[in-house]
Write a protein that binds this ligand. Structure first.
Ligand SMILES: [Zn+2]
Ligand SMILES: [Zn+2]
Length: 366
């Protein structure tokens, strides 16, 4: 069948919307009609080349839709199911899965980074028959997508598709960093560096567990305003932010500092904002090969710790549904994260807006 999709052909872009050929789902796969797909910064790393990926590729890894068909042997979902898409399929059987860390499962990392389905082949082709690769196994900036069935997490029909889409990446990453990686307790203090989709989800997670105060740092006035609206106690621009955090925490710093950008300078600031004995959680994905220089004497003397948090340390089957349910119960204001809706043809504009720091999360709606 034919599908219109956002494709990047070469490093440096542009992202073009074009018609492609999509083959039917094979064993263990599902065909999903995409209803919404979030505009996340990670896709942009393919355009700049910061993430090495075979090209041409269809972008999009934060999606939701309706299952239209399933391949052989698929019993977890069926035609008509509404699903949020998880970009980290796991085997359930390796050492890491059995230790309770399915987000760290390595079984399918090879095919995912090769831009193909788990059997090693792509379902997307140009109209002249050349292969087109799937970003994160999802490639959901497309009217339809064939994905591994294990990436489909059923969500209730009354969860809006934009919300289901952002649950698939930003929300699970940010809320999960608070709930799973950190386990922030009620009354503990939190600082969040970066107030894009992931950072604002971190704010929502911190609010959910009763953290206080919740202090946010972001250069964009628009995003600082949004953070306050979603429950932050105070928001600062980056200049003098660490001093601002110290001032509001009796000169100590916060119990938990979350870095949601993936930039060395911001990571150092986040560590500086953590109190002695505090924890700095690195959530934002830096370009591959980025390193961070740390004052290790300070780490020792002040007993600070730095933790990585990948995909909110999630168990996708458990957590994507859990966050959708918390939204339905009014405990996570996820609809407040979606500040802009785009058509697929506006994808280039949507990324320009993201890079300019406008709004919280943009979502392409189909
Ligand atoms: Zn993402
Ligand atoms: Zn595994």
């Amino acid at each position: 069948m034919r599908t219109r999709a956002a494709v990047v052909h070469e490093v440096g872009g542009p992202i073009v919307v074009e018609e492609l050929e999509l083959s039917p789902p094979r064993a263990g796969e599902a065909l999903v009609r995409i209803l919404a797909a979030g505009v996340c910064h990670s896709d942009w790393h393919l355009v700049t080349g910061a993430t090495k990926h075979p090209l041409p590729a269809v972008l999009g890894h934060e999606g939701a839709g309706v299952v239209e068909a399933v391949g052989e042997g698929v019993t977890s979902v069926q035609e008509g199911d509404r699903v949020a898409l998880n970009w980290a399929p796991y085997c359930g059987d390796c050492g890491l899965c059995r230790k309770g860390s399915p987000a760290l499962c390595r079984t399918f990392v090879g095919p995912l980074w090769d831009g193909v389905m788990l059997d090693g082949t792509p379902r997307l082709h140009t109209l002249s028959g050349d292969p087109v690769y799937h970003y994160c196994g999802l490639a959901c900036f497309s009217e339809r997508a064939v994905v591994p069935a294990s990436c489909c997490v059923k969500v209730p029909d009354d969860v809006p598709s934009e919300v289901a889409a952002i649950v698939g990446c930003a929300v699970t990453t940010g809320v999960g960093a608070v709930l799973n990686t950190a386990g922030v307790g009620a009354g503990e203090s939190v600082a969040v560096f970066g107030a894009g989709g992931v950072g604002l989800s971190t704010v929502l997670g911190a609010r959910l567990v009763g953290a206080s105060p919740i202090l946010v740092v972001d250069p964009a006035p628009d995003r600082r305003r949004k953070a306050l609206e979603l429950g932050a106690s105070a928001a600062f621009p980056p200049e003098g932010a660490v001093d601002g955090v110290l001032e509001l925490t009796d000169g100590l710093g916060v119990d938990w500092s979350f870095e949601c950008v993936g930039h060395a300078d911001v990571q150092r600031a986040a560590l500086g904002a953590a109190r002695p004995g505090g924890r700095c959680v690195l959530v934002g994905l830096a370009p591959m090969g980025t390193s961070l220089e740390l004052d290790t004497a300070q780490l020792v003397r002040e007993e600070k710790a730095v933790l990585g948090s990948y995909y909110g340390s999630c168990d996708p089957a458990r957590d994507l549904l859990r966050y959708a349910e918390l939204f339905r119960e009014g405990k996570l204001a996820l609809d407040g994260l979606v500040t802009r809706r785009w058509q697929l043809d506006q994808i280039a504009e949507a990324y320009a807006s993201l890079l300019a720091g406008e709004g919280a999360r943009g979502v392409v709606v189909f």
